[in-house]
Ligand binder design. Sequence first.
Ligand SMILES: Cc1cc2nc3c(=O)[nH]c(=O)nc-3n(C[C@H](O)[C@H](O)[C@H](O)COP(=O)(O)O)c2cc1C
Length: 327
Amino acid sequence: MTLFDSTTPLLALAPMQEVTDGAFWSLVHRYGGADVYWTEYFRVHATSTPEKRILDAITRNTTGRPVIAQMIGNDIPELVRTAKALQQFPVAAIDLNLGCPAPIVYRKCAGGGLLREPQRIDAILGALRDAVRVKFTVKTRLGFASVDEFDKLLPIYARHSLDALTVHARTVAQMYRLPVHFDRIRQAVETMPCPVIANGHVHSAAQAQGVLEQTRAHGLMIGRAAIRNPWLFTQIRQQWRGEAVTLPTGREVADYVRRLWDSQAGLDRPEKAQCERMKKFLNYLGEGVPGDFLHRIRRTQTAADFHGICREHLDHDRPMTLMPHEL
Ligand SMILES: Cc1cc2nc3c(=O)[nH]c(=O)nc-3n(C[C@H](O)[C@H](O)[C@H](O)COP(=O)(O)O)c2cc1C
C-alpha cells in the first residue's frame, strides 16, 4: 500500500519552521506518531542549496514513516533544480508551500504570496509535475485576501495530476485567526481528483472526527496541537475505532517536557538559550496547562527554574485534556 492509499484517515505532522526537526519527529513517534512527516521548508532561490540541517533530518529519520520534503520559492528553474536534488534523498514526495503568511516571504511572491498570481502557480506546477519522479503534493491556503479566490485556484490544482493537496482552510490575510473554513475543504474533496488533507486548528480527537465527517477529507494534518499534545495522533485513531480515548496524566506530560528538553539540548547551547528554544514548544503546550504555568515559563532563564515550574504544575496523576483554554 502506498502513502495515500490508506483506508483509515492519513494523519500528518504539519511542517513547522524551527519546530518540526528530526528530533521532534522522533519524539512524536514515541507517542504513537503521525503516518507521515513533513520537513520544514527548504528555501529555494538563485543561490540556494538545500539546508543541511533539514537534509540530515531526512537521512536520519528514525520514525520508520515516510517523509515529505517541502520547498518554498517561485523561480521555476531553481524549484526544478532543487526538486531534482531533493528526490535523490529518501523522500516519499516533494511538496510546494503555497501558504506561508510571513510578510518577508509573501512580499517576495513566495509561499502565500503566490496565491495572488494563479497563472504563475499554473506554470510552476506544470514544470514541477514534469520534473518530480516521486510523488508531488501542494500545501495551500484558500486565497490571499478572500476565501472566494479558492474557486479560481482549485481548477489549477486539479489540472496538474497532484498526488495530494493539503488545504489549510484560512486565507493568508487571516494568519492563524479563526474561523477555519472547513466547507472549503469539502469543496476541494469534491473537485480534486487526488486525496485532500484537511488542515487548520484540529485540536482534539472528537473534533478531528467531526472535521473528517464534515470535509470527507482523506486525512488530517496537525500542527500546533501536536506540540501541545503529542498523544493526539493516537487519540484520533482511538476515536476513529470507537475506543475510549486515553488521556496522559500530569506526570506523563512532565516526562514529555523532559524528553523535549533533552532532545533539544545542544551540547554547546547556554542554559538561557536552551530556555528560549524550549519556549518555542512550551508556548503551545502551555496553552493546555491550567493556571499561570505558561506565564511563568515565559519568564524562565535557567534550567532549575524551568524544571521547577514544570514540577509544580505537572507533578500529579490527574488526566489532562491539553486543550487550549481559549476555545
Ligand atoms: C511555528 C510555525 C511554523 C510553521 N512553518 C511552516 C512551514 O515551514 N511550512 C508550512 O507549510 N507551514 C508552516 N506552518 C503552518 C502549519 O504547517 C499549519 O498549516 C498551521 O499551523 C495550521 O495548522 P494547525 O492549526 O494544526 O497548527 C507553520 C506554523 C507554525 C505555527
